[in-house]
Design a protein around this ligand. Sequence first.
Ligand code: NAP
Length: 247
Amino acid sequence: MGKLSGQYALVTGASRGIGRAIATLLAAEGATVALNYRTGATEAQALAQELRERGSETLLLQGDVSERSAWVDMVQKIRTAWGRLDILVNNAGITRDKTLRKMTDDDWLSVIHTNLNACYFGVTAVMPLMIEQNHGRIVNISSFVGQAGNFGQANYAASKGGIIAFTKTAAMEVARHNITVNSLAPGFTLTDMLSKVPEPVQKQILSRIPLGRFGKPEEVAKAVLFLAADGDYITGQQININGGVYM
Ligand SMILES: NC(=O)c1ccc[n+]([C@@H]2O[C@H](COP(=O)([O-])OP(=O)(O)OC[C@H]3O[C@@H](n4cnc5c(N)ncnc54)[C@H](OP(=O)(O)O)[C@@H]3O)[C@@H](O)[C@H]2O)c1
């Protein structure tokens, strides 16, 4: 029996990268997982098929997490299919890197909407269900950039710092319903998001990481599993999974 047998989870941005690794590990530990994606239908369907072959059923939920209406729709589908939700992982995220001199309002707003507003929509959308069942484990994926800042990422840093502050406040407000809310702050992790960074810049970054390598999506997934399965007395915290790049 897995650590999460009988539990139901929703992972946003599960079609690729860190979200995919999280969904895979939660399913391997017995959870039934809803896979949210925005445009990556083919990738999400391939993951659903892969998990099915390993004996896990999934729910595919297309939706743009930066829109409240998508959350209403996803939670309605989860209520109908399962009647409960134990774990929410707000993972979906984007970058639109530019220095402030070149950043447009659209660059700023789309990153804030997708990374930060989506966490607010997600937490408030699942709260009624989690309060009813007196149980919930919410993990918001932030970034070390939200703690340290990063050149060319003012929009991203603000969204990820906002997630940390939001997480603490949400944790205080829902604790009496046995719902925990924590954030993870990964460092540079090997996904499409990192591969968009030019190679010379990647080399520079690597030289700043004490452990001397980039992180793996599976290493972030392990921390989600820990919080979901064993983190009963952990709330309002941020866990850094960053190879020491920020201490
Ligand atoms: N990689 C890193 O170095 C790193 C470091 C720290 C934190 N993080 C954070 O970790 C999380 C995952 O990042 P990643 O590296 O795995 O990124 P990624 O490989 O670029 O994947 C991003 C995922 O988010 C989904 N997504 C984007 N916008 C969405 C929206 N509006 N609605 C629903 N889904 C949406 C994408 O789905 P579609 O393909 O369907 O659009 C995709 O599944 C993000 O929050 C990111 O900020 C990453």
